[in-house]
Ligand binder design. Structure first.
Ligand code: SAH
Length: 355
């Protein structure tokens, strides 16, 4: 059975499914899902992420979190956690860069929230020396100070899509036409979760809603509010999303999201306003949404690049210069990717971000 046949059988039996169910099946079906069955990162995979581009990314995130830990009085013990750690590269760079911070490594308990058994095995190789513990859900995080990173995690959570109509919202669905998967629309109905979008949308507009992000953000924010800590959330998206951002990527090229389900990465832009409001309701402060390029420049990426460049020449130097540009330049990842910080309302925001 492949995933396409499984989805067709499911729709034949139960009718069209919301886009969120389609995304969840494609990415995380226990046997046939995209993340469950492969390591999709890197040049030979389907996409590349900031930590895979350069060690500078994880190092600077690590120093920002370490400074925040010091600013909050070096609480011990504390949880260091990552959502969706991929190959473990970001965490390995973060931990190497913070080795010299007195007491930090001794006080930390490393927790990785990862759904894919394939990627857990890769993370185990990269991070074995730090004795990480894997969790299925953020709800299992200990009740203690929490310092957390999430890079390109929230964009992988399933979204629902709604089109505004005269009498409510019609949900976009995946159904069947002549035996093949196709997009369609459900009946119009009111959507309480989209009340706040009535002011800035009009008939025909498409709005996305990521229900799955709410409990995750709540679990992180309530721990930070109760015990202290901070979270750095990095992803593509904006303060308030409008329009269809569902995209499929296969071998570094855009693909049709309904073509070859389970064989392509599926993502949607992150609605950072929704995360910030959820955090605020849970009693946690949030920073201004900041472009990744600005954030990394404030943390000194150019100085770090110069130091790494000193012994290099030729191809090595070219690669480093290209990586610096790719992470920071507004025409590359610098502007498309944004950073949102969550932090204890009794503390100052993580370095690189403003309240
Ligand atoms: N942060 C890494 C990897 C990003 S890819 C990097 O920047 O390179 C998305 C990651 O999130 C993968 O590790 C994937 O397996 C994981 N993931 C996706 N959905 C998840 C979920 N619902 N729960 C836990 N992990 C998930």
């Amino acid at each position: 059975m492949n995933l396409q046949n499984h989805l067709i059988a499911r729709i034949q039996a139960g009718g069209p499914i919301p886009v969120s169910d389609y995304m969840a099946e494609c990415l995380l079906h226990p046997q046939l899902g995209y993340y469950t069955t492969r390591d999709p990162l890197g040049a030979k995979g389907d996409f590349i992420t900031a930590p895979e581009i350069s060690q500078m990314f994880g190092e600077l995130l690590g120093l920002s979190l370490a400074q925040t830990w010091l600013d909050q009085g070096s609480p011990a013990p504390f949880t260091l956690a990552e959502l969706g750690p991929g190959r473990g590269t970001l965490m390995a760079d973060l931990l190497r860069a913070t080795r010299g911070v007195p007491g930090l490594h001794a006080a930390m308990q490393l927790h990785l929230i990862e759904a894919s058994p394939t990627l857990r095995a890769v993370q185990n190789k990269t991070l074995e020396a730090y004795a990480p513990e894997w969790l299925d859900s953020v709800d299992a995080l200990p009740d203690q100070p929490l310092f957390l990173v999430a890079n390109e995690f929230f964009d992988a959570l399933p979204i629902r899509q709604f089109i505004r109509t005269g009498n409510g919202w019609s949900e976009k669905q995946v159904g069947l036409k002549d035996g093949a998967l196709t997009f369609g629309l459900g009946p119009a109905a009111p959507q309480p979760a989209l009340e706040h979008r009535l002011a800035d949308t009009q008939e025909g507009d498409l709005v996305e809603h990521c229900e799955a992000a709410v409990p995750v953000t709540q679990a992180v924010a309530t721990r930070i509010a109760a015990h202290g800590g901070a979270a750095l959330i990095i992803d593509y998206g904006d303060w308030r999303a409008l329009g269809d951002t569902l995209q499929a990527l296969r071998a570094h090229e855009p693909a049709d999201p309904l073509q070859a389900p389970g064989e392509a990465d599926l993502t949607a832009h992150v609605d950072f306003e929704a995360l910030a409001l959820t955090a605020k309701t849970a009693g946690c402060a949030h920073t201004r949404l900041t472009p990744q390029g600005v954030f990394l420049e404030r943390l000194g990426i150019t100085d770090r690049a110069r130091a790494l460049a000193a012994p290099l020449a030729g191809e090595g130097l070219e690669t480093l210069i290209a990586a610096h540009r790719r992470l920071t330049h507004p025409d590359e990842m610098g502007n498309l990717f944004k950073v949102l910080g969550l932090y204890s309302s009794q503390a100052t925001p993580p370095p690189g971000l403003n309240p």
